[in-house]
Write a protein that binds this ligand. Structure first.
Ligand code: NAP
Length: 291
């Protein structure tokens, strides 16, 4: 029978690192406002999905508490792709809007990726516009994808060095694993890692994860990372999650805490730093447009 976790690892909640990032954003917003610029993050919601509406409300509340303007456009569920692109075009052209978020997912048959491609890359708050992913690959400045950048920030916050160390990312998805691997291999003090990416094409992937100093789960397969996949003393970061209704099902089996030296908690790990990175992208967009 499976034994419950006895949890020996140090927990790595995301909130302290996120708070430090929000402190910097608050100072940046105050400086911009003192110079006559109110940073603005516009949100677009299509349809009436309760969960999506809730996520938007939380982002708007956070935006306002940080001193951002937060204009919002709500399109009906039967809006067409053209309707959505028209709204994006209007927000792109509005100099008072610095950053733009299209709530994902959009109702079928709308195409989220096609809509994202319409967003002005300089206003792309998620850092997922194809041009920005290209800039990431080239190591050029651009808004960075929020969860990957949040994971780098979380590791840096806890002074967990990855430079020169073996980092294994489980998953090569476009949202998380792939941009994360690119980011952590870059030549920067908080990156510079020897990164290996494993996926379904590597059936014996635990051969790689078992030698990782830092193992990052980015698969979206509940419980896929188990204690036997972790090198004793490694750091384990849970990025992948799936939802069953409102219940969050993480990639990392909680018993990995018995083997790891440090691990993100089941809830409140990379989420808070992801949100902080979204607002950092937004304030940086305002800084770029006003410089
Ligand atoms: N916490 C957050 O704020 C946040 C933000 C963004 C994303 N996420 C989560 O991150 C996860 C990944 O997102 P994504 O969009 O990048 O996902 P994705 O496109 O679905 O990619 C999943 C990756 O995991 C690999 N994988 C799946 N099952 C596997 C298995 N049994 N063995 C080995 N590899 C396996 C897949 O391999 P193949 O490529 O071979 O199919 C694929 O590369 C999702 O759970 C998502 O919810 C979380």
């Amino acid at each position: 029978m499976d034994q419950p976790s006895t949890t020996t690892a140090r927990m790595l909640p995301g909130k302290p690192g996120a708070d430090a990032i929000f402190e910097q954003i608050t100072a940046d917003v105050a400086r911009l406002r003192a110079g006559g610029v109110t940073p603005s993050l516009a949100t677009v919601l299509v349809g009436d999905d309760d969960a999506s509406a809730g996520y938007i409300r939380i982002k708007q509340r956070t935006a306002r508490s940080l001193g951002f303007a937060s204009p919002h456009v709500h399109l009906p569920g039967d809006a067409t792709q053209d309707d959505l692109h028209r709204v994006i075009g209007t927000l792109n052209a509005d100099p008072a809007v610095h950053a733009l978020l299209i709530q994902h997912p959009v109702p079928s048959p709308l195409d989220y990726d096609a809509a994202l491609a319409e967003v002005d890359p300089d206003k792309d708050v998620d850092g997922m516009h194809p041009l920005n992913l290209g800039r990431l690959a080239l190591g050029r400045p651009a808004p960075r994808p929020c969860t990957p950048a949040g994971i780098e920030a979380l590791l840096a916050h806890y002074d967990i060095p990855i430079a020169g160390r073996e980092v294994v990312v489980l998953g090569r998805g476009a949202t998380l694993g792939r941009p994360l691997a690119t980011l952590l291999a870059q030549k920067r003090p908080t990156a510079n890692a020897a990164v290996t990416v494993v996926h379904t094409g590597v059936p014996d992937w635990s051969r790689y994860t078992r030698r990782a100093d830092v193992l990052i789960a980015a698969a979206g397969v509940p419980g896929i990372v188990r204690p036997q996949h972790v090198k004793p003393g490694a750091v384990v970061i849970g990025g992948g999650v799936r939802y069953s209704g409102r219940r969050l099902l993480p990639d990392v089996d909680e018993r990995c805490a018995d083997v790891a030296s440090a691990i993100t908690p089941r809830v409140g790990g990379v989420g808070p730093t992801t949100v902080a990175m979204l607002f950092r992208n937004a304030v940086q967009a305002a800084e770029r447009s006003s410089s």
